[in-house]
Design a protein around this ligand. Structure first.
Ligand code: UD1
Length: 417
């Protein structure tokens, strides 16, 4: 099992281009099933979650090739509608396959999905929504056996604006005759990107980015070439790295509006942040203000995916702050390791109380999930002495070689086997 060796403290300097969003690309890959002919996804990121989704699609018989950074998906070679457990248990996003598979092939058998260990992560909203659109779903031996022959349009209200369920139901509805109306949906930028992808293929999706989405059924969707949006969580990770470590960096190829909630908190905490077109520049000076408290929420509120990385920033920031997690019930896993490095964090229910300390000290820590892993890398860079981060396969799920990303901003991290 690989680990990272980090010698700190280090500051960040330089400029870097942000890559493509994992969370936008995954549903788009699943949605490529919907096209009647070839789909090309440009600028495909090299994350292990993406590789896993491609393996699942290949398992259906689809022919998929990668040339340079582009992925060519030939959707007409299907010979199976079963997604096996050995793949689905590795990625939670395998659940989005149900929608496009039912829409296109009228059947889907998938093993229960896995994913990051950050809470119970039920799939009831996905299943209730698909059933409300007429799908039949039986659960047997850890598999969901689904049929879509009698699916019909409908109007439904999600009990929580789940990102994955919104994406799943949007894709499930694209061929249903009439207009399907989904209320209380997620408004994340990745939802808008998926709607744009479907619409460019010839679909009729209106309202993505608002609380209600209208999907009018079309007969077929054509193959297209599509470039998903830049990764707002990688962008946020780099902004927080600079805020924590000190220095000055410029991020290119990002959408500043997608990080507005974080940028507001960084400015409130005394960082200098400037945005222009697709560029964000951040400078973190020694003159800090008290670190702002945050409460995670659905977009456009502060993203849960940046919560543990923000905790690293708060750990060595000025003053006391509170971090409240409202999306996942088990997302403070990083606190134990930060405390082992000298941080002062206590938790009570869904709130963490962080008292900033002057220094962290290097030690051996374990990446418990993807974003906590990225947070621990930054903590290691901040700490004095040597830090080893274990279980880094979690980090590879959502960062394209984080050591290469950090090398671009003058930071050294060694991957060791
Ligand atoms: C997506 C993101 C993930 C991010 C999360 C919240 C992808 C691949 N992943 O995950 O990085 O952290 O949004 O922004 O895009 N829930 C239920 N029942 C369901 C579905 C969800 O109770 O059927 C609950 C979840 O347990 C969680 C909350 O709803 O507490 C949010 O989950 P959801 O928005 O579905 O997250 P994901 O789509 O899994």
């Amino acid at each position: 099992m690989q680990s990272f060796f980090i010698h700190g403290p280090q500051e960040v300097y330089g400029s870097i281009e942000v890559g493509t969003s994992k969370n936008a690309t995954l549903p788009i890959l699943a949605g490529s099933i919907l096209a009647k002919d070839r789909v090309v996804i440009e600028n495909i990121p090299a994350f292990s979650d993406i590789d896993m989704m491609v393996r699942i699609l290949k398992g259906f018989g689809l022919k998929i090739f990668k040339r340079k950074n582009n992925l060519y998906i030939h959707t007409y070679h299907k010979n199976s509608t079963i997604a096996e457990e050995k793949y689905t248990k590795q990625i939670r996003s395998s659940i989005f396959l149900l929608g496009p598979m039912l829409a296109k092939w009228k059947e889907a058998t998938i093993a229960y999905p896995g994913g990051c260990n950050i809470g119970a992560r039920p799939i009831d909203i996905h299943l209730e929504g698909l059933r409300a659109l007429g799908a039949t779903i039986d659960e047997k031996d850890g598999y969901l056996i689904c049929k879509g022959d009698h699916m019909h349009h409908g109007e439904l209200t999600l009990k929580f604006p789940s990102v994955g369920a919104t994406e799943n139901l949007m894709m499930a509805s694209v061929f249903l005759e009439g207009t399907t109306i989904l209320h209380n949906v997620a408004k994340e930028p990745e939802i808008v990107d998926l709607a744009n992808f479907i619409n460019q293929m010839g679909g009729k999706v209106i309202g993505a980015g608002t609380d209600t989405i209208y999907i009018t059924g079309v007969k077929e969707l054509k193959g297209i070439t599509y470039r998903p949006i830049p990764d707002r969580i990688v962008t946020g990770t780099l902004l927080l790295a600079c805020a924590t470590l000190g220095g000055k960096i410029t991020l290119h190829h990002c959408i500043p509006e997608h990080n507005e909630s974080l940028i507001a908190k960084l400015i409130e905490s005394g960082c200098h942040v400037k945005t222009e077109n697709d560029i964000i520049e951040i400078e973190s000076t020694k003159k800090r203000k008290n670190v702002a408290s945050v409460v995670t929420g659905v977009y456009p509120a502060f993203p849960t995916d940046l919560q543990s990385i923000y905790m690293v920033f708060a750990s060595t920031g000025k003053g006391k702050c509170q971090i409240t997690e409202t999306i996942f019930e088990n997302r403070f896993g990083i606190a134990k390791y930060l405390n082992a490095m000298g941080a002062k964090i206590s938790t009570n229910g869904n709130t963490a109380f962080v008292q900033g300390v002057k220094k962290l000290k290097g030690t051996q820590v374990v990446a418990t999930d993807l974003r906590a892993g990225a947070g621990l890398v930054i903590a290691g860079l901040k700490a004095e002495g040597d830090t080893t981060v274990q279980h880094i396969h979690h980090i590879d799920r959502g960062y394209e070689k984080i050591e290469d990303i950090f090398r671009m901003i003058s930071v050294g991290i060694t991957r060791q086997s």
